[in-house]
Ligand binder design. Structure first.
Ligand code: AMP
Length: 211
């Protein structure tokens, strides 16, 4: 085996991105889906908040995170890859809050390829800005998050529209996106995602049988 390369472990991994605007329920759904399918949940926001509390990079991250701007790519990419590398023996990875721009998306594909695996699907949670804002304000009452306030929410939405939403085109070209209505209850959305994954698996099995 070539030094530093991985055995062909990854082809069977279920690697998902739970995509959507702030407040669409990404974090909640990513956690539930990860638990149900025994996948590793990689939340960039949680990883950053942890680093803010305990890590050496706290000072350089703080000013971005508390104003709702994106943390520089080199920092977030390194943190996500370091975390993902430790989870490669799991059945798959669920990315939540990552990637957030085209550069991160391209780098994620390169990273997964290097690990002999690939992205399976991007689940795009759809929710209007108005509904998402209402949820974030509500969440702010209990989350203790310093960025769940009106001013920061506006910046987070602007950045979502300008930098994050455009990467959907990148995944559309790869035919990897499936839209999920983000409006129903948490349980219903999880059920809909589960149904999508079941369908996807049966298509994969059929494809495999034809090979
Ligand atoms: P979240 O918990 O996903 O809403 O993220 C909270 C904040 O962390 C964001 O507003 C950004 O400041 C930062 N952040 C999270 N994920 C990323 C990312 N992929 N790239 C850059 N900054 C991020």
């Amino acid at each position: 085996m070539v030094a530093g390369s991985n055995p062909a472990r990854g082809t069977n991994m279920l690697n998902l991105i739970i995509f959507g605007p702030p407040g669409s329920g990404k974090g909640t759904q990513a956690a539930l889906i990860a638990k149900k399918y025994k996948l590793a949940h990689l939340s960039s926001g949680d990883i950053l908040r942890q680093e803010l509390k305990n890590g050496s990079l706290g000072a350089s991250i703080k000013k971005y995170q508390e104003t709702g701007r994106l943390v520089p790519d080199n920092i977030i990419i390194a943190m996500m890859e370091a975390t993902a590398v430790r989870k490669l023996k799991t059945k798959g990875l669920v990315f939540d809050g990552y990637p957030r721009n085209l550069r991160q998306a391209r780098q994620l594909d390169r990273f997964l390829k290097k690990q002999r695996t690939a992205l399976t699907l991007v689940l795009n949670l759809k929710l209007s800005e108005q509904d998402a804002q209402k949820r974030i304000i509500n969440r702010g009452k209990t989350s203790g998050r310093n960025d769940d306030n009106l001013k920061t929410i506006r910046t987070r939405f602007q950045i979502y529209r300008a930098q994050t939403e455009p990467i959907l085109k990148y995944y559309q070209a790869q035919k990897k996106i499936i839209a999920v209505d983000g409006r129903p209850s948490i349980q219903k959305v999880t059920q809909n995602i589960t149904d999508i994954l079941k369908k996807q698996q049966s298509t994969d099995i059929k494809k495999g049988a034809k090979k």
